[in-house]
Design a protein around this ligand. Sequence first.
Ligand code: ZN
Length: 443
Amino acid sequence: MKIKIINLIILIVTCFFIINTNSTATIIKIDNFSIHDNNLNFFSLYQDISKISEIIQLVNESLLLGYLEDLVEFSPRTTGTFGCEKAGEYIYEKFVDMGIETKIYNWESFGNKYNPRFFRGKSIEATLKSNNKNEEIIIFNAHYDSVKRSPGADDDGSGVAAVLAAAFVLSKFEFNRTIKFLCFSGEEEGLLGSKNYSKYVYENDDTILVEFNADMIGYADTEEDENKFRIYGTQDIDWYVDVIENLNIQYDFNFDISRRILSEDSSGGSDYYSFSRYGYEAIAFFEGQWNQNMHTKNDNIENMNIPYLTKISKLIIASIANFLDLEINHPFVYIESPKKGFLYFEGREIKKLKDKKDDQLRTIVIDEVGIWVDVFSDINSIEKVEFYYNGRIQYTDTDYPYKWQMNKLSFFNHRIETIVYDSKGNTASDWIDILFFNPRIGN
Ligand SMILES: [Zn+2]
């Protein structure tokens, strides 16, 4: 009974804090786990060579240019305008014509503190189901909205053309995993369509292994730039960027690829961030060079390089197809509970919380809570799962289900991180920032 009264007081104090503070998370990095894996098993990382070759063949200039020309017809495709609405309808019809299961997600969202308006839009989703009961999902997305006064040919007509071409080509084959093709609007207003969608799939517990993002992939104005390609990925999926580098050589694209690790806690320039902020792995593709026409009336088809767009799209689609059949030797780890964006009381999920104005997800835990971790991988190959509080190890679990009962005396914002280790020495991690109000003195 005593505990209950304490909890009630803490609840009132918490509400006071939620209303009055905009406290930021304590970020402590853990720097002692390995990023790179040198034990790539090349036999299982590469799929059917003839299948991939055929896919590469089917992606061609006229296919991509056709989609691009159609999209630019609706420009400018600013979110909330007739042009954007028409572009969405066009994409929907294209997916339906391909015979793929297609769905529209209507969304409504307040922009953000820099763009304080209300927006409405549609996310178009086409699902190519796996040929078996595998529930793992791969996402490939781009955004069909543009800024005002811009044709939005490269930004991001190029990415949408690649997504449509991927759907058209890949729907002629069968794969071991499900792929969802997504075209979002609201990107230019603050990643609104993708934020809405990623929240939905996260709360629905969909098993998304990777999100592939294509935004501005068709501009190269010199011969030197035609050889450049940028691929950014979150840390746990960096091993697959190694695989893409190998596909790049194996299938004679020979791009000079520059890479970067996408940080999951810093806001990003494209829709991938909507996924990575929930802890999903993301790989983002960009042209190698800065496009000075971006967000201007000069972002038109004449200023694009269609052979370059085609070559990049071929490698992107080959990389996605390869992943769809891949025998994965790397673990994926997600903190299953507490969930980002929820309030917990006495270990139970109480309610969904509204996003903060600064756009950060917030999670509040009152009293102690169980930290549950889900691992996607061959469960027998998992050696241990470690749990950290502000960068300090608290608990190691070696048996499924993986869980740490977080019963420390704790107030304010703290980061909980988990690292999974498999028997091949691969690691993966996930984290969550939690506003704690736990008055109990535990271990
Ligand atoms: Zn863009």
